[in-house]
Design a protein around this ligand. Sequence first.
Ligand SMILES: Nc1ncnc2c1ncn2[C@@H]1O[C@H](COP(=O)(O)OP(=O)(O)OP(=O)(O)O)[C@@H](O)[C@H]1O
Length: 506
Amino acid sequence: MGRTSHITPPELGSNKTAEDTVSIDVDESSIICVRLREDVYDILSLKEDTSEDGSLSFHLSRQSATDVPESLLDRFLVKEAPEHLRAADTRQVHLVVSTRSGTGLALDFYHSVLQPLLGEFGLSAAASGGDDGKSSSLLHLVTTQDAQSIQDFAANLTPGVEHTLVLLSGDGGIVESLNGKATVDDDDDDNTGGPGEPSRPRRSLPLIAMLPLGTGNALFNSLHKDVYAVYSGNSSAGSAAAAPSPLVLGLRTLLRGRRAPLPSFRVDFSPGSQQISYRGATDAAIAAVEEQLRPVTHLYGAIVASYGFHAQLVWESDTPEYRKHGAKRFGMVAAELLKESHAYDARVDRNIIPLSSVQQQPIERQRHAYVLATLVSNLERTFTISPASRPLDGRLRLVHFGPVGGERTMEIMTRAYDDGKHVGMTWTTVAADGGEGGKQEGVGYEQVGEVRVETREEDARWRKVCIDGAIVELPPGGSMTVRTESVPHLDILVDLSVVAAAAASI
Ligand SMILES: Nc1ncnc2c1ncn2[C@@H]1O[C@H](COP(=O)(O)OP(=O)(O)OP(=O)(O)O)[C@@H](O)[C@H]1O
């Protein structure tokens, strides 16, 4: 149970009615916002219930009171719908429901929580096939039909108006929006004014608001890391109060958040690289799923580009066979991979900042277990792969280590779950690790400007790379090169404290 607030009854003799004079205990951790309706406050909160069979359900709860402590009003009062949610002739607001994200709860969340919450602010949404309604005050409801839906949607946003995309999804919704939008930017010379024309005003970028309904929700969890830290007592303003759930935080940010550019990177692949997806992947027809390979030259990401154990885990746990096992699939696949402990044969070059902004240096290791470049701190809420990464810092960091065997790999991963304590780990190699014995090694952790991974594997199984969850198979001798983008393609809505902290660190 979180910190509770006693909502005090009005004083005797006031003109409030008896119905108003209620005293309520509110679990602060579940509060989304407080609304003032005439002279009564409505406290809107999110109830999340887990049934006996483990399924999760949500509903929006409203409690009314005539008086609310200042401290709650400071943090939760929302007088009117924020501008980014108000559709107008100059702004379209899209509610994008990704039906396959996480455990498939996004549509239920929309109907049970988001739709009534927006209704409290006088906002309503309608699905539309064409342009009808898009330029009115109605919000636009988009429900995914397949794995291309979000990317296609983001690539076809009406030009000349502002866009807000409220994504009810996991990281996939963000990376698909990014790739849809960035592809349009690639074709649009005017977008940024170009390197030689810095004075041209930047066009308003589509604004992404995240409601974390995926599995890992790496970007959401990384951007809200400091907000969680306040509740765990892990910050200067530490307190022992219960933390709000990710969905409560997402809704608070939706109503009170601020816009900031989303840092991203581009990954270029050598010719012959192919992106893997599954066609016909419905839950009922999992056995009928076909693996599809399509040529890919480059992708954009905002989270992670990896080779080795991480990419293998994401890919092998996403096959139809393993998907049958639900969330347990990650653990099952990790156990198998750790038993095999494959030593990936690759050349990895990077330029370490601040040592060199241009010169590439190879990692002096023939074989690798883990090579992961990231812009974020956390791949899951408690899995801190890059502890030095700050929200929105735009710095690419590389985590890498050699083939150290299943047991040590497990130990490294376990320490990452302990607030990123894998960084700084060292050990002495033994010949059985797949390299020379007696060498001092450790977890490599560097800020880099660019990373290039060239695989020397013959077997296609070991030639998979992962870009924010998308899997690409490199050809024999193929490579990927990761570079940060110098201009943003999207803005993202974040907690006010994140914008303030990012500005202070410049
Ligand atoms: N109706 C649909 N049919 C097929 N694929 C879909 C459909 N709706 C969404 N998808 C796809 O499902 C994937 C869901 O990925 P998403 O990242 O949102 O969730 P997740 O993988 O559970 O979470 P995370 O990436 O945060 O761990 C996306 O690639 C999306 O394109």
